[in-house]
Design a protein around this ligand. Structure first.
Ligand SMILES: CC(C)=CCC/C(C)=C/CC/C(C)=C/COP(=O)(O)OP(=O)(O)O
Length: 290
């Protein structure tokens, strides 16, 4: 209970600081313009005050109700998200790699609540959450790349659509060995290695189509968002057929929705195939029985 409460409160704090810091740019994007600070329902200082209370209560709940390691991870993740990641979003495409670490920390917190982080299984689980964010976010940000660019966010989706698609494909493929690693290190049984590969294969196929569509797209800007060709013509809308990569959003949308289905599917399979889950029915492995 304290783990869920503390993680929710620390996550709420991180999001509140992010919204307090980005309200001007959030107002420039369709996806984020309905947020409370943008609509002036609350001020940025209200958001920061909320974050202070929520973050303090969250870290305290994790420290006293769970353990100091989990509290440290929760507190550090607030700083990583609302400090480093939020700042980098407007400076460099490396923001996405930092943001992926933020998304990978909650499973580590869950693991550290009951087991040691020296178990490789913890890192394979966090690695899975890290990797998943690339097909998910790169597909999402490609569909709305012009909004990101106009709001001043330096995202691979518009600076280099080819790299954006390549990275999405690369991390989709990485999810095969990450899932197999969960079987190898005894987090799940070996059936998970098989059925997770079917789901990973499906996502990788979507990522492959996305990559095929964009692999020859020109690089538009440097990593810091500086335009390589000042006369480069951007599309006037963020949807439809013409964009920074000169291609439609068809495969980006498919990959995005594929990733939305993929993560719960893989996690449900991992729970179903948790090591020892079916021992009551089939009995323990012979090796373990002796
Ligand atoms: C325990 C703890 C502190 C957990 C933190 C969980 C958390 C906030 C994960 C967010 C991961 C992430 C990079 C989201 C994108 O943010 P964005 O800024 O790109 O999203 P936006 O464009 O919607 O603002």
């Amino acid at each position: 209970m304290f783990l869920t409460l503390g993680t929710t409160l620390t996550s709420g704090a991180a999001n509140a600081i992010n919204m307090g810091r980005e309200h001007i740019y959030d107002g420039l994007m369709t996806r984020t313009r309905a947020r409370p600070v943008v609509r002036k329902l609350i001020t940025p200082n209200d958001a920061f005050a909320f974050a202070g209370v929520s973050g303090t209560l969250g870290v305290a709940a994790l420290y006293f109700g769970v353990n100091p390691t989990v509290a440290l991870l929760g507190g550090a993740n607030i700083a990583l998200y609302s400090g480093l990641y939020t700042t980098l979003k407007r400076r460099s495409i490396t923001n996405t790699w930092v943001g992926a670490v933020v998304g990978a920390v909650p499973p580590l917190m869950g693991w550290a609540a009951s087991s040691s982080l020296s178990d490789p299984g913890a890192w394979f689980l966090a690695g899975l959450l890290y990797a998943w964010q690339f097909p998910h976010f790169n597909a999402l940000s490609y569909s709305i790349r012009d909004e990101y660019r106009r709001a001043g966010y330096v995202m691979t989706a518009w600076t280099s659509p080819a790299l954006n698609a390549r990275v999405a494909l690369r991390y989709s493929i990485a999810m095969f060995p990450l899932c197999i690693g969960l079987s190898y290190f005894g987090v799940t049984d070996w059936v998970f290695a098989l059925d997770s590969s079917i789901v990973n294969g499906w996502l990788t196929y979507q990522a492959y189509k996305f990559w095929l569509e964009h692999r020859n797209s020109p690089k538009v800007a440097r990593h810091n968002g500086q335009l390589l060709d000042p006369n480069y013509k951007f599309s006037s809308s963020s949807s439809g057929s013409a964009g920074s990569g000169g291609a439609s959003n068809g495969f980006a949308r498919k990959l995005f929705w594929g990733s939305v289905i993929h993560l719960p599917a893989v996690l449900v399979l991992a729970m179903m195939h948790k090591k020892g889950q079916w021992d009551w029915l089939f009995g323990p492995d012979e090796e373990e029985a002796f």
